[in-house]
Design a protein around this ligand. Structure first.
Ligand code: ADP
Ligand code: MG
Ligand code: ZN
Length: 614
């Protein structure tokens, strides 16, 4: 070592020593923490600067709080300090100065060089801890690591998915147990399902259950303006995570980066996305089995993902989370209603049954809206009517009870809705009518609500055709009674066309077209498929013809049904005009009255003499 170098070093040491001494003077006696606690803080990137004096560490965290600790192993500590860009100062220990100082010299030298190197590289220097700015060279902001306090108990109604994940939680808790048996811990878990089904919640619950650190990042956070930033952010994330293993990396809405690579297009943002995706693929392949880092990703659009992501060894575990069924909805309701004050005797299971198709997020919203409604009415507890109000609000937009509607419109609406309800009641294989109303809400003038008895997973052809007939019931009733058509049936017609199209193109239930799939790209969840069967213009025409034929046939049958039962139609429509809303029970009373009248009438027709004699 030359004299100049030693001189420089002494200068550096003196300078550092002076600064360090000042810091040390200012915080006379910083509270001592354990070396483990210090390491944990350091790992989190919480440490701003430290001062070394022998094994004694004094320093300051990013919040400006000072602390002290004792390190048994300074040499081992150095690389860690460097990787976290902690500002370091050191001071010789008076008595045994020589030996210790000698061992510190190379370290400080490297350190000084590093600091200078870093300074010249970065625009802003170290210490700007928060925010998510971008820019090359600047050390990226703190990665969003944290611990999750959500557990599986907070996630309800998706037992199947939970079952698939317990093993993964176990492997995070006891990685050694798994590797000892030579087991292969899955690296990637893809949670897929419609929005609001609890994917984000579930990812947090996995981390909470396993009590491991949790990095959470949105897919779109990677996509920046400058090419290469996203990719380097991915690499950084994985490097960081490996140091903290076992841990979980969660990438929400991964479709933002994991979408299919185009290959051809030259647009800049695509380029960036593809680079990011490539970096992700490389990192996923680079996991070794002794690093228990599990990547959890969520998406609403698994169909959009690049197939490369789904290859074995990457997201080899795919967990589909479906919308909850009635039982699941009940469980989710139970979880969320614990957070509010409920009136006694509320039948949650009836509520759960009345909200088919609600996602977990919508149920959470329902409970919240119900609580708001109770508060608005100055109640002590949330009652059933609050739930009804909340439900109606969510389902149909705000009630417009006081909107002015002409008497004529009201009549047309009453017959229209009665038409739907009667067809649903008279035909077999249909869901029972739950509620009919002519109170306008949102854009709808009225509504007929049907409730399935159970959650159905498959539907018969008869059920589907009857659905179309029920939809036609509104228009047919208007035509029969008023002899003219209105626009009120536009939604019904749209739905009927959609159902008929799927009946033919997707479910293969049309004898002319046959059991061949002619999928349309619907683009929804699990909707489109990359292997769509192309079909000719001729087939398209045949399909169109069959759709029209199906709907027309349904229309004709519905017309006959309502003509035959036109007394029922009048009775129900008049009842609606008076009551505005008719529930299932009232509906069944009207129905039974009508049926017993009809029986007497029919027997009069078929055996006129008998009755005369009686
Ligand atoms: P996703 O990520 O699938 O769109 P989220 O996890 O963001 O859905 O869900 C939003 C909110 O809805 C959650 O924070 C939670 O309050 C509620 N939620 C959704 N699914 C469930 C569930 N299965 N159990 C309990 N709450 C749920
Ligand atoms: Mg989400
Ligand atoms: Zn209608």
């Amino acid at each position: 070592m030359s004299n100049i170098q030693t001189g420089l070093l002494m200068l550096l040491l003196t300078a550092i020593g002076v600064i360090g001494y000042n810091v040390w003077l200012r915080e006379t006696t910083p509270p001592p923490i354990s070396y483990t606690a210090f390491l944990a803080d350091l790992d989190k990137g919480d440490i701003q600067k430290i001062h070394l004096r022998g094994g004694e560490i004094t320093g300051e965290n990013k919040k400006g709080q000072s602390f002290s600790a004792f390190s048994p192993d300074l040499t081992g500590l150095m690389p860690l300090l460097l990787s976290k860009s902690v500002e370091i100062s050191a001071e010789p220990v008076e008595p045994g100065l020589g030996g210790f100082l000698q061992s510190l010299i190379p370290v400080v030298l490297i350190l000084g060089g590093w600091l200078i190197f870093n300074k010249s590289q970065s625009g802003k220097g170290s210490g700007s801890g928060s925010g998510s700015g971008f820019g090359r060279g600047k050390r990226s902001p703190l990665l969003p690591i944290g611990m999750s306090r959500i557990t599986f108990a907070d996630v309800a109604g998706i037992e199947e998915a939970l079952g698939e994940l317990t093993e993964i939680v176990e492997s995070l808790r006891h990685p050694e147990k798994f590797s000892k048996l030579g087991g292969h811990i899955p690296k990637g878990i893809l949670l897929q399902g419609p929005p609001g089904t609890g994917k984000t919640l579930l990812a947090k619950a996995i981390a909470g259950e396993a009590s491991v650190p949790f990095y959470s990042i949105g897919g779109s956070d990677f996509v920046e303006m400058f090419v290469g930033v996203g990719a380097s952010r991915v690499r950084e994330l994985f490097t960081e995570a490996k140091k903290n293993a076992p841990c979980i990396i969660f990438i929400d809405e991964i479709d933002a980066i994991g979408g299919k690579r185009s290959g051809g297009s030259a647009s800049g943002s695509n380029d960036e996305r593809e680079q990011t995706l490539n970096a992700l693929l490389v990192e996923m392949d680079g996991f070794s089995s002794d690093e228990t880092v599990i990547l959890v990703a969520a998406t609403n659009r698994p169909d959009m993902l690049d197939p490369a992501l789904l290859r074995p060894g990457r997201f080899d575990r795919q967990v589909t989370i479906a919308l909850p069924d009635a039982k699941g909805r009940l469980k989710i309701l139970e979880v969320h209603s614990k957070k509010i004050v409920m009136a006694l005797g509320i039948n949650l299971s009836a509520i759960a049954k009345s909200i088919p198709g609600f996602s977990g997020a919508e149920i959470a919203n329902l409970v919240n809206e119900a609580a708001l409604s109770a508060a608005k009415h100055g109640k002590q507890a949330v009652t059933l009517s609050d739930f009804e109000e909340a439900k109606d609000k969510i389902v149909m937009g705000l009630a417009r009870k006081n909107a002015v509607i002409s008497e004529k419109d009201r009549r047309v609406t009453a017959y229209h809705e009665a038409g739907h309800a009667i067809v649903a009641t008279l035909l077999p294989e249909t869901d029972p009518v739950h509620k009919i109303t002519i109170i306008p809400r949102g854009r709808a003038l009225g509504l007929t609500q049907q409730l399935p008895l159970d959650d159905r997973y498959t539907y018969s052809k008869e059920y589907i055709l009857n659905r179309i007939k029920i939809l036609m019931g509104g228009r047919v009733a208007e035509e029969l009674i008023f002899g003219r058509l209105t626009t009120g049936a536009s939604n019904d017609i749209l739905s009927a066309t959609e159902i008929a199209t799927r009946l033919i193109c997707e479910w293969g239930m049309n004898s002319t077209i046959g059991p061949v799939a002619h999928m349309q790209d619907q683009g929804g969840f699990l909707g489109g498929s990359s292997t769509m069967k192309p079909y000719s213009e001729q087939t398209a025409q045949r399909i169109d013809r069959e759709i029209k034929k199906t709907i027309e046939a349904c229309y004709g049958e519905t017309r006959q049904l309502l003509t035959d039962n036109n007394k029922f139609l009048h009775t129900l429509a008049e009842a609606l005009l008076i009551n505005e809303t008719i529930d299932a029970e009232e509906m069944s009373i009207v129905y039974h009255c009508y049926m017993s009248d009809k029986k007497i009438e029919d027997s009069l027709k078929s055996h006129p003499e008998e009755t005369k004699q009686a």
